[in-house]
Design a protein around this ligand. Structure first.
Ligand code: UD1
Ligand code: CA
Length: 450
């Protein structure tokens, strides 16, 4: 089939440098969502994107081998937009029209429309209590005979509550002839794609209609208010999908998924969490309130406490993290690790059962298993120019407020006394101390005010 995606509109009301169809919903440009949905309809379709305003930017943002971009230099209406694609259409296959600014259309709805249309003319309509702005679907004896745009409609026609969503399947062999017959003698001076409906009926064709079940699926965004409405609708849809797969959400209205979130059974997600990129949560994982998780995989049984932040990390089973933990790129936490409040970890692997419970910075570190890191421990990994690694082997005990001036290694079973600055290798099973000795001055008097 041919799939034509109209994406030439400027979207002045977005008040943005970014072309309208690149405005994001769920952190993905609206047009990319439409392309993604088009691709779910099958392989080997002839997908044509009509671009105009900001055309090059749109092409750059969305280009891929399965797409052709067609330029519409001036925006003279939806009919004019489809005209530009005529030389690129496969004559013997139907043509489906989609919209770059209507991103929530679902493939199951389009499949229904395609099935209903067969080789003929299919129209997706909507019944709505507030038809203002839409083209009205005109029926006679139950059959569609035409579409009248809001601006051309009589007062009587304006009362019609069945409207045109714009989504259509067209019989391609007729397109050339029909498009050459439409003109722009209407209130907007545009070539209307919707005029094809009347022409098809005149040619004795019956218009097959499917009525959209979900108004948000066919809603477009012309401004930031509508964009936010689409965002909410998408989030609600994603939340429902999760719950239907067994995820327990504290409040489906307070979750934001801006990528792909995969969950096993019995996951619990508290309010205010944001998921970005690819996130997977294993069985029984629990995510506390207001966490941000980006490109992270978390294995079963792990508990994440409030306000924790993850970016590009791999977390094992039965790990405890947070509240207020920051897990940065390249972090690998093995099973049963504990990471407590105000701990930042970057590009480090932490072995099974190790604990970093309070106020620490662990960067560029290879840590063995069953290590205990005292509060306020810091790996000094950066000399201002280069980064170096710290190695802390199995079963070490690191006293509070210690620093490791990398590159440095603490061998198995070693102990580091609190407040030490470690600059040289600590051998196995030894105690390393590097702090000044405590002195006591008897009879010391505090200064008095002069
Ligand atoms: C259109 C329909 C209307 C329908 C409504 C649904 C026509 C004439 N009217 O009206 O019946 O109820 O959509 O939202 O089709 N575009 C181009 N090139 C152009 C003009 C438009 O690419 O020259 C794109 C726009 O970027 C937009 C889409 O086509 O994505 C619809 O165009 P718009 O002018 O917004 O049509 P409506 O007036 O909303
Ligand atoms: Ca519109």
């Amino acid at each position: 089939m041919n799939i034509v995606i109209l994406a030439a509109g400027q979207g002045k009301r977005m008040c943005s440098k970014l072309p309208k169809v690149l405005q994001p919903v769920g952190n993905m440009p609206m047009l990319s969502r439409v392309i993604q949905t088009a691709k779910t309809l099958g392989t080997d379709h002839n997908i044509l994107v009509v671009v105009g305003h900001g055309g090059q930017v749109v092409v750059e943002a969305c280009k891929d081998d399965d797409l052709k971009f067609v330029e519409q230099k001036e925006q003279k209406g939806t009919g004019h937009a489809v005209m530009q694609t005529l030389p690129h259409l496969r004559e013997n296959e139907p043509t489906l029209v989609l919209y770059g600014d209507v991103p929530l259309i679902q493939s199951q709805t389009l499949k229904k429309l395609l099935e209903k249309a067969g080789d003929g003319f299919g129209l997706l309509s909507l019944k709505t209590e507030n038809p203002t702005g839409y083209g009205r679907v005109i029926r006679q004896n139950g059959k569609v005979v035409g579409i009248v745009e809001q601006k051309d409609a009589s007062e009587e026609q304006k009362l019609i509550k069945e409207v045109n969503t714009g989504f259509m399947v067209l019989p391609t062999p007729y397109l050339n002839s029909w498009l050459s017959q439409i003109d722009c003698n209407n209130s907007q001076g545009e070539y209307y794609l919707t005029d094809l409906v009347g022409l098809a009926v005149r040619d004795g064709m019956e218009i097959q209609t499917v009525i959209a079940e979900d108004e948000m699926e066919v809603a477009g965004a012309n401004n930031k208010v509508q964009l936010s409405e689409l965002e909410r609708a998408l989030q609600e849809r994603l939340a429902l999908e999760l719950m239907n797969k067994g995820v327990r959400l504290a409040d489906p209205k307070r979750i934001d998924i801006r990528g792909n979130l995969h969950c096993e059974n019995d996951v619990f997600i508290d309010v205010g969490c944001v998921f970005e990129g690819n996130v997977s949560l294993g069985e029984g994982v629990s995510v506390g309130p207001y966490c941000v998780l980006k490109n992270v995989s978390i294995a079963s049984g792990t508990k994440i406490d409030a306000y924790s932040h993850f970016d590009d990390a791999t977390i094992g089973q039965n790990v405890k993290i947070g509240p207020f933990a920051r897990i940065r790129p390249g972090t690998i936490l093995s099973n049963n690790v504990h990471v407590g409040n105000f701990v930042e970890i970057k590009k480090s692997s932490i072995g099974t059962g190790s604990k970093i419970n309070h106020l620490s910075y662990i960067g560029d570190c290879d840590m063995g298993s069953s290590v205990n890191i005292g509060a306020g421990t810091i790996t000094c990994n950066y000399d201002g120019v280069n980064k170096y690694r710290t190695t802390i082997e199995d079963d070490c005990f690191i006293g509070s407020d210690s620093q490791f001036v990398a590159p440095v290694t603490v061998k198995k079973g070693a102990t580091v006394g609190a407040g030490s600055t470690i600059t040289k290798t600590v051998p196995e099973n030894t105690l390393a101390l590097s702090r000044g000795r405590q002195i006591v001055i008897e009879g010391w008097k505090r200064p008095t005010k002069k």
